[in-house]
Design a protein around this ligand. Structure first.
Ligand code: GLP
Length: 234
């Protein structure tokens, strides 16, 4: 893992943008994308750029279960708002949080990932070390999963909802094995609330209780931090 620490999230996001540009220019066609506050600036930079993704595919990490795609809290809505409606992609794949047949949806998503190997995966990290919505203890061999959200994740994400009761308790997420199959991974983490998870990600043992720690076993991961999230690193 290569770790780069920047003074501000904006500078780290600029570096992420440059890595995305390089990847696109080097022929990448499939981009694994994340939601959350962390990648917002990166998406802003992509939208403001002249980068052309019209021949590329995006595959999102995860989606809440039980929200409609029009719900402003859904990740489908987030992606449309922050990226897709401004920067067209040839194909946009997001797990279907309205699926009635969950097993069929998990299989559909696995097939999409299998048919479109991910060249570059963008990741954030949860306060509890989750990636996508792979909560601890994570199945390092898992493919797309239907999961119960951790209470700590529900509490962390409640800031984006009117009340904690509105936060979905279940979600669909790409599995750790699929994330690990990506050729290259960029993980971004900003702010002091991420500092403990970042320390465990980088300096802790590889442990299913810290799902992101498995990235230590991936050959090409760049971790982009700001000073606050890097504060506990040796
Ligand atoms: C969310 C998402 C993750 C995201 C993480 C951090 O619950 N499922 O994909 O990386 O938690 O979110 P944020 O960037 O808003 O801190």
């Amino acid at each position: 893992m290569r770790t780069l620490v920047f003074d501000t999230p904006a500078e780290a996001s600029q570096k992420a943008f440059e890595l995305v540009r390089e990847s696109l220019e080097n022929g990448s066609t499939t981009f694994g994308l994340a939601t959350g506050s962390t990648p917002e600036k990166l998406y802003e930079l992509i939208v403001a750029s002249d980068l052309d993704f019209s021949q590329a595919s995006s595959i999102n990490l995860d989606e809440y279960y039980g929200l409609t795609k029009q719900d402003p809290q859904s990740y489908a809505y987030f992606m449309k708002k922050h990226l897709i409606s401004h920067k067209p992609f040839k194909n946009v794949y997001i797990p279907d949080g309205e699926a009635q047949d969950i097993d069929a949806e998990l299989a559909r998503y696995d097939k999409i990932i299998e048919e479109n190997p991910i060249d570059l995966q963008i990741l954030g990290i949860g306060n509890n070390g989750h990636i996508g919505f792979n909560e601890p203890p994570a199945d390092f061999n898992g493919r797309t999963q239907f999961i119960d959200l951790d209470q700590s994740t529900i509490e962390a994400n409640a800031r984006l909802f009117d009340s904690i009761d509105e936060v979905p308790t279940k979600a669909l997420t790409m599995g750790i094995k699929s994330i690990m199959d990506s050729k290259k991974i960029i993980l971004m983490a900003f702010g002091e609330e991420k500092a403990r998870a970042v320390q465990k990600l980088i300096e802790g043992p590889v442990d299913p209780m810290v799902p992101a720690s498995v990235l230590q076993n991936h050959p090409d991961v760049v971790v982009l931090l700001d000073k606050a999230s890097a504060q506990f690193l040796a």
